[in-house]
Design a binder for this molecule. Structure first.
Ligand SMILES: C[S@@+](CC[C@H](N)C(=O)[O-])C[C@H]1O[C@@H](n2cnc3c(N)ncnc32)[C@H](O)[C@@H]1O
Length: 293
């Protein structure tokens, strides 16, 4: 059976109370719903073949191909030799990705579905906005810049300080529900790998993010509150291609990013923008600079 995200072995204890087992079964079932490995049809076919004992190398090859083609699968085609050309690194700070046990299952908290739960705990529902990081990631991963292989690295740090890397060729779930399922899996298991491949597509890594940045990099923090207002296209056009550009953008609803590890701190508009809009502007400016259509 082909599955999209392989999570390393969870061993079940031999004997446990029935209620606990049932709960675990339910959780596993929900997690499998988040998996986008195989369409139901593929799944049925694979199962049928397995039952008949006809699982051959040819089947496996076809399944691999199907994974590459199916929407929502976290693997996108790689672009050859992206290292030859200058690229960009993004750090998305203060992403709101917190999970808790709501009822019987663990869930990523959000202001729409968990308002009562959050209020009962004297927490402000308005602070729980995982949709911001979802849209921000899609803005980067969907951009022609990324498709052209110029996304060098992408890091996300949550409000709680969990830092993880997103590989540029990951195909992020497009719906919010499936995105939350994937993020929950990541935060619980610390990495997500594609089936049949060892590479970690999403991986929790050690803080601080600066230890993962290239030596020769220029870190640029973005905030509406910065006094240095720039025209993004001119700003990136003036930057040398020999320096690695690192853009640090906030993925939270309120407040601003820490600028303690940035070399520059800029505002790119007279208006407060969404993180996704901001990232779109950066990508667009770099596409213009590097002639990516
Ligand atoms: C939803 S906003 C957060 C709002 C927050 N009040 C602020 O501007 O920092 C998400 C992120 O978008 C970026 N951003 C929004 N408007 C911006 C602007 N006019 N110039 C530069 N960055 C901006 C910032 O990095 C910000 O952290």
């Amino acid at each position: 059976m082909v599955r999209p995200y392989a999570v390393k072995g969870r061993k079940k204890p031999k004997k446990r109370p029935r209620v606990e087992e049932e709960e675990e079964e339910k959780e596993e079932q929900q997690q499998e719903e988040n998996d986008e490995a195989v369409s139901e049809k593929e799944n049925e076919e694979t199962l049928e073949n397995e039952e008949k004992g006809e699982s051959t190398a040819e089947d496996e090859r076809k399944a691999e191909e199907a994974i590459e083609e199916m929407p929502g699968i976290p693997i996108a085609p790689r672009v050859q030799d992206p290292k030859k050309k200058p690229g960009v690194i993004f750090v998305l700070e203060r992403a709101c990705l917190e999970f808790a046990k709501v009822g019987k299952t663990y869930q990523i908290l959000n202001s729409d579905d968990h308002a009562n739960f959050l209020k009962k705990q004297n927490r402000n529902p308005a602070d729980y906005r995982p949709d911001i990081i979802h849209q921000a990631l899609l803005a980067i991963l969907d951009s022609p810049l990324t498709k052209a292989g110029r996304l060098q690295a992408l890091y996300v740090r949550t409000e709680k300080g969990v830092l993880f890397e997103v590989k540029p060729h990951v195909r992020m779930p497009r719906t919010f529900k499936r995105f939350c399922g994937l993020m929950l899996q990541l935060l619980q298991n610390l990495s997500i790998t594609a089936s049949g491949k060892r590479e970690k597509l999403l991986n929790v890594i050690k803080n601080p993010v600066t230890r993962h940045l290239p030596v020769n990099s220029r870190r640029i923090g973005l905030s509406y509150s910065s006094e240095k207002m720039v025209q993004m296209r001119d700003y990136v056009a003036a930057a040398s291609d020999d320096v690695n550009l690192v853009f640090v953008v906030g993925a939270m609803a309120h407040g601003k990013i820490d600028n303690d590890y940035t070399d520059d701190f800029i505002s790119i508009s007279n208006y407060p923008l969404s993180a996704a809009c901001c990232l779109g502007r950066i990508c667009n400016a770099l596409e213009h600079k590097w002639n990516i259509l």
